[in-house]
Ligand binder design. Sequence first.
Ligand code: DO4
Ligand code: MG
Length: 284
Amino acid sequence: MKLYKTTKGFVIEDEGYFYLSKHTDWDTFVNRRDLFFEVTRELQKLIPDYDYKSYIVSGSLPPIGTQEVWASGVTYLRSKNARIEESKEAGGGDFYDKVYAAPRPELFFKSTAHRVRGNKQEIRIRRDSKWNVPEPELTLFINSFGQLAGYTIGNDVSSRDIEGENPLYLPQAKTYDGSAAIGPCLYITDEPLPLDTEIRLDIFRDGKQIFHESITIDQIKRSFDELMCYLLKELSFPTGCYLMTGTGIIPKDDFNLIVKDEVRITISEIGTLVNTVGMKKAAV
Ligand code: DO4
Ligand code: MG
C-alpha cells in the first residue's frame, strides 16, 4: 500500500484503488503500532474514488510531518571507492576504508522536514559548490516505536567538491535548503523488500537522457537492522524518522548536476521520485 501526502489530504493507494483517509495529521497517521494492519482496517470504512488519483498526478508533498531525515554513508563499495578518490588530496581516503569495515556505520543528520522536497518539487545545488550529484537511496521510515514501518525513495543531493576538500565539511556538503527529496509516497508492506529490489537513477538534460544506472539492494554492506540499531542507540524520535540507506550509484567524476536537470529515481515497489534542479536562488 502507498500513502501519499497531498494538498487535499492523505491518499491511500491499494491495488489500483485510491482512498482519501480521514486522518489530518501526518505524524499520527503514520505512527500507529502496526501500520499495515491499521491502514488495511481503515480502508474497510472508506469508499474508493478514482478522482483521488488526480491529487497525486501533478506531484505530491514529501511524505513527512515533523520527522528528521538521517542518512547512512559508505554502505556500498562504489560509494567507498568514490569518496576515497575525491578526498585523496585532503588525506581523507583512510577514513572511508575504515568506516566501510568498522562495526559502527557512518550515520549523519541530513535534513529537517522543512528543507525536504517532494515528488516533482525542485531540489537545489549549493551556490558555493562546483560539483554536485544526486544520490539515489532507499529510505526507511522508522516509527516512534522504533519499528521499520515503511519505505520511500530518497535523494541525498551532495556537493562532492566540498565533501572532498575536507571530510569535516560533510554537513555543508549534505545539508542545505532543498538538498533532500523524498517520495513519492510512503510504501507500507507486511513483508520485507525483496533483496533483488532495484534502485534506478535516470538524469535528463534538455530533454535528453545523460545518465542511467541501477543497482540492487543486496549490494548494500550492512543490514537495515544494523543501521537502525546504531541510529536509535542514543537518539529518541517521538514522531519517528527517515533514514536514507546510502548510495550505490555514483556518476563518473566528470558528471556535474546543473540547474534544470531532471533527476528520476525509481524503485519499482515504491514508484518514481522526480525532481528538477531549481534556479540558484535563495531558498524559500
Ligand atoms: O561519507 C560521505 C557520504 C556518504 C554518502 O552519502 C553515501 O554513501 O551515500
Ligand atoms: Mg548518500
